[in-house]
Every structure is written in C-alpha cells, then in structure tokens.
Design a protein. Structure first.
Length: 237
C-alpha cells in the first residue's frame, strides 16, 4: 500500500509508484491499440477513451470553477495540461493532424516534465494528489496510444504546428499573467518547488532557454519517427 503523505515529497515511495503505474498503463494501451483490429472495435475503444478523458477532465474543470474552489490563480484552463487534454480528446476522436501534433509534443514532453517535478503540495491520499496524477496520466496515455497503439506519426509539418502554437500560447498567457497577476505556465516566475527551470537562469532568460531546449528535444524525437517505414501510417485528417 502507498504510504500516506500530508505533503508531497518528490521521488518518495508514492511518487515512484504512480510513475510506474503511468508507465504500466501506457504499455497496456499500446498493446490494446495493436491487438484490436482496425475497424469498429478499435474505433469504439478509441472513442471510449476520448469520452472518459473528456468526462473526467471536463468535470474537474467545472468543479474548479465553482465558488468554493474558484481562484483566478489556478482555476482557468490556461495550464498546458488543460490545453493538452482538450487537444487529446479531439485527436482521439478525429485523428486531426494539428490535434495529434499538440498531443504528441505536449503530452510526451511538457506533461511528463510536470510529473517528474510536480508543483503540488498535497500528498497521497489527498484528492488533489489523485486528481493531478490521473489527469496527467490520461494525457500521457492518450499521446502514447495514438502514436504507438494506433500508429500515428508526427512529421515536420506537425513539428512546425506545435512550435508555432506553443509560442503563440505562451505570448497570450504571459500577457494575461502580467495583467491578472497570475503565473500560469510559470511564465512570469519559477515554481516554488525545485524544477528543471532552476538550471535555466533568472526570468526572463529561462523562458528563452526553455524554448530552445524544447525545440531541440522535439527535433530529436521527431527525426527517428520521420524516417521511411515499410508500413503505412494511420491516416490523419
């Protein structure tokens, strides 16, 4: 059983357990995507996944908007994880090229980074702890399922879409943070907890370093997946 923690402790027993559960779930979804024959069964499973993700994350978004939980600092859907689950739902339902691109790059790099160094205080079994991990896990699972379960692949056009939208989103949220006094995406200040941003210098320079690091990382994960393959990709609309 997981040990209870009043405050989340990075790389504690509960942290490692949930990371392993996320990895195990990803493996199972890849197996499911490959085991199901292309056709009605696979479509039903994929649409069911989209419904589960939309139902849970959408419900939690509404809950956070309720007066008892409302906070301009955290309730608005401006976190990258909020945008990622929305694009993941659309990608699962439609195989849209742009939605898959954002789900792939955000879901497999930015989302896991938040899971490795979570900016959270409650520990297990606080509901905030469970909600954080479930929402982030569902997004990672969607990205993994689409890519290695269904066989969708990014290309350099998808790379350009992701970079352009990411920069555009950062500019909009940075402006909002400045006006509202918030810090969505940690664009206006680093998180209080230790994170990789601590290695990137002071504000605003860490934003530039972070962007360059993301572009390099996305380039490295795009290149091997754009090499010619013997089997055709699943279609993206």
């Amino acid at each position: 059983m997981l040990a209870t923690e009043r405050t989340f402790i990075p790389f504690s027993f509960s942290h490692w357990v949930v990371l392993l559960l996320v990895a195990a779930g990803a493996v199972l979804l890849v197996w499911a995507g490959r085991a199901l024959r292309a056709g009605r069964a696979r479509e039903d499973f994929t649409h069911g996944f989209a419904i589960v993700l939309a139902a849970y994350a959408g419900t939690m978004l509404i809950v956070d908007m309720l007066p008892a939980r409302w906070s301009i600092d955290s309730s608005l859907p401006l976190h990258i994880s909020d945008l990622t689950w929305m694009t993941a739902v659309y990608a699962l339902w439609t195989r849209s090229r742009w939605a898959f691109a954002l789900t792939f790059y955000w879901g497999l790099t930015l989302n896991p980074q938040a899971m490795i160094t979570p900016a959270m205080r409650p520990g297990f079994p606080d509901f905030a702890f469970i909600d954080f991990w479930l929402q982030h896990a569902l997004v990672v699972w969607a990205a993994v399922y689409l890519t290695w379960g269904l066989g969708l692949r990014p290309d350099w056009a998808a790379f350009r879409i992701a970079v352009t939208v990411t920069i555009g989103r950062a500019v909009v949220v940075l402006c909002f943070n400045t006006v509202a006094g918030t810090n969505y995406g940690f664009l206006n200040a680093k998180p209080a907890n230790p994170s990789v941003l601590d290695l990137m210098g002071p504000w605003p320079w860490y934003l530039v370093v972070e962007l360059l690091a993301v572009i390099v990382l996305w380039t490295l994960i795009t290149w091997p997946l754009t090499r010619p393959r013997n089997t055709p990709n699943q279609s993206m609309r």
